[in-house]
Design a protein around this ligand. Structure first.
Ligand code: ADP
Ligand code: MG
Length: 271
């Protein structure tokens, strides 16, 4: 089972759009996919057409109670199983404040899902609090969506330190798998320039020890596409909503790169 978290402490950069559409695309490619919604806003849950009503167990119960992942999975029309989030997840941060090992809860619960999935994706909230720490402790790979504007790399040092600390203390297998440029305005000079800057910046980290030494910029650019912005309100992935849109094309290409990335890694591990 591959596990990956989509992380950026900024909101509106394309985390949820990427988590949902990458998950849906992987499912369409025949993979068994689960998506864990760790954002109290529950956008990924809604985007996949699942709306948890009490007493459905949600990721709140997963992190603060006895619920296992098996208790929270909901089937969706996209072929992705979702562990839904409810707004009450916002209280988890405070409720877990005094709990020993609070950053490791998801990791322990993920252990039970190993045999059932090929891919588990985690959609994170726009913060570096206990929810995101649970994602970082639980998964093997981190995907970082960036919006190519001139502040794209601004504020990244906090995230970099957090990832390094988690890798050092809690999750030694943690890797920064890749950067995905989202909301890309193709054909603009700014997008081209920022792409080049981002590439240079991350290239100089490659080969270093620690989680950032694995980082790469995915070739696929997720272009700004109105159909991607419309799909969530229909409770559908871009593939169900408009499979011939540019958004569908881009996320299909990204999923192809992701599958190739893992296939390559398995090959090198076997060698
Ligand atoms: P985050 O999860 O990082 O807060 P979202 O994925 O929710 O970001 O994206 C923020 C907003 O931008 C949402 O309204 C979403 O529908 C829209 N959006 C995301 N990616 C694109 C895109 N490539 N083209 C157009 N709109 C997009
Ligand atoms: Mg989001």
């Amino acid at each position: 089972m591959k596990s990956l978290a989509v992380i950026n402490q900024k909101g509106g950069v394309g985390k949820t759009t990427t988590a949902v559409n990458l998950a849906a695309s992987l499912a369409r490619a025949g993979q068994r996919v689960g998506l864990i919604d760790l954002d109290p806003q529950g956008h990924a849950t809604l985007h996949l057409g699942a709306e948890p009503k009490r007493p459905t167990a949600t990721t709140y119960d997963l992190l603060t109670g006895d619920a296992s992942l098996a208790d929270v999975w909901c089937e969706t029309a996209e072929g992705v199983r979702v562990a839904p989030a409810h707004i009450d997840l916002a209280a988890a941060e405070l409720e877990l404040a005094g709990v020993v090992g609070r950053e490791m809860i998801l990791r322990d619960k993920l252990a039970g899902a190993e045999a059932e999935f090929d891919y588990i994706l985690v959609d994170c909230p726009p913060s570096l609090g206990v929810l995101t720490l649970n994602a970082l402790s639980g998964v093997e790979d981190v995907f970082l969506p960036l919006q190519p504007h001139f502040l794209a790399l601004h504020g990244l040092s906090k995230l970099m330190k957090t990832v390094d600390l988690v890798a050092e203390r809690l999750n030694p297998r943690l890797k920064m798998a890749g950067v995905v440029l989202c909301l890309y305005e193709s054909g603009t000079r700014l997008a081209t320039e920022v792409s080049a800057d981002v590439e240079t910046y991350f290239n100089q980290l490659r080969g270093r020890s620690g989680p950032w030494g694995h980082i790469r910029l995915f070739d696929t650019r997720i272009r700004r596409n109105i159909r991607l912005a419309e799909a969530p309100s229909h409770g559908q992935s871009i593939f169900a909503y408009d499979r011939s849109s540019r958004g569908a094309e881009d996320y299909r290409a990204l999923a192809g790169e992701v599958l190739a990335y893992y296939a390559g890694r398995e090959l090198s591990a076997a060698a």
